[in-house]
Design a protein around this ligand. Sequence first.
Ligand SMILES: *[C@@H]1O[C@H](CO)[C@@H](O)[C@H](O)[C@H]1NC(C)=O
Ligand SMILES: *[C@@H]1O[C@H](CO)[C@@H](O)[C@H](O)[C@H]1NC(C)=O
Ligand SMILES: *[C@@H]1O[C@H](CO)[C@@H](O)[C@H](O)[C@H]1NC(C)=O
Length: 494
Amino acid sequence: MDSVLSYFLCFAFIGARVTAENEKICFPNKFLFGVATAAYQIEGAWNVSGKGESIWDRYTHSHPERVFDHHNGDTAADSYHLFKRDVDMMEQLGVQFYRFSVSWPRILPNGLSNEINEDGIKYYTLLLDELKAHNIMPLVTMYHWDLPQSLQDLGGWTNPIIADYFVDYARVLFEAFGDKVDTWLTFNEPFSFCFDGYGGYDAPGAHGSGFEDYLCGHNVLRAHGKVYRMYQQEFAETQKGHVGITLDFAWQEPATTSDEDQHAAEVVRQFFLGWFAHPIFSETGDYPPIMRKRIDYISKRQNFPRSRLPTFTSDEIRMIRGSADFLGLNHYTTYLVKRNRNKIAPQPSFMTDMGGILSQKPEWPKSNSTWLKVVPWGFRKALNWVKAAYNNPITIITENGISLEPGLQDSRRVNYIDGYLRALHNAIIKDKCNVVGYTYWSLLDNFEWMRGFSERFGLYEVNYDSTNKTRTARISAGYYSKVAQTKCLPVSWV
Ligand SMILES: *[C@@H]1O[C@H](CO)[C@@H](O)[C@H](O)[C@H]1NC(C)=O
Ligand SMILES: *[C@@H]1O[C@H](CO)[C@@H](O)[C@H](O)[C@H]1NC(C)=O
Ligand SMILES: *[C@@H]1O[C@H](CO)[C@@H](O)[C@H](O)[C@H]1NC(C)=O
């Protein structure tokens, strides 16, 4: 019974409590609540116990000026040493599962599986045992952006060979942890790390928009499909686990009721979510037809001899189609979309290919992240779009959360979670969206990539100045513990 997904599959809709108006809002009895983190954002210990260098180590060390306050994840929340404290916090919260990621270079210092770092295996084994001792199920992400630098030296996700190296890495994980982990996510947010990392200025900072981002996405999809098939062939029979992928999907609402803005918003959804979801979750597989058509056309207009969006072989399309037991969905916010009427520029650009102009309403409540506005109704729309587009896949919300300024009195975080959970409840109960679990991002404050430690998403505040990286529960931790333990939204929670 250690499988998050088996648990979901067996019981998700048994005991859904009826909610009339003014009645308590309750999720199905077996709906699961969890919290999430990622290795580079919390572990620290970047150069100890045999760990290799990741692209985020390299990037934050060689370009400190690009990161808020020149910070880096060298120590972060020091969860490499303080994981028992983290698990204590989860027990306090009463969550049913913990989503964390494994650091590839901590397991394979040079990225390749000829050399396995036993200290790395030991660290995650201790964490998994600690979780089990507290009755908390693991939901494990294999790749949350910390690529071994040695593989980036070969081109990273733009080099097709990386799909095979990722399969080798995944096999090491299944062999080492497969008896303790039943629910796996191959990737976290390929859109983000391809678009921002290979198309922009996140690590590795390739800044190759409209080109390197597509190469990255192509190889990530191949790598994901190959790992799914490898698990089916080599492990599924004995381990009986489930493999999925986490995709990020902000809701894209047309800015006006005009046909062209309605159409632009749909195209943007296909470029943002469809890029990765269509090849895996649609009936036909492959890239969304509108994405193929637009990039082929614009590439030609820009004098490229072939499309900047690579092409799958028919074997690859088959291999990738259906290669997930469930969808992990990260959702934070909503954008408005207007059609971009500008002429096609000569240089490649994802944003030009996509053809929409994104904005947010100034009156939407703010967070401490410029991109994150509070729009709960967008969550329900996003879930309904997924239901319609991909035949209502089994879905786990693998991230949802808000950044706020430091402080323990975070009633705005409570309001955010409460609002988004109400939207989720409507999507599940009224719209019959097949969502079986919810994960708050994040358990504790952590290293928020280019934003350093400035944007805090934690239910627990971290004092980075203390030698202990002291963690203190915020008001929202009390609220979320009520939610996780009762499966109902509390009427009063203080
Ligand atoms: C590890 O990195 C820290 C900086 O975070 C540095 O002070 C220390 O010397 C490094 N240790 C080794 C063994 O390289
Ligand atoms: C986030 O909070 C910091 C203070 O901790 C403040 O300086 C910054 O302007 C805030 N950013 C946003 C986008 O609100
Ligand atoms: C570190 O943690 C220990 C035990 O949790 C506590 O007794 C001690 O006061 C802390 N020290 C600092 C400097 O925060």
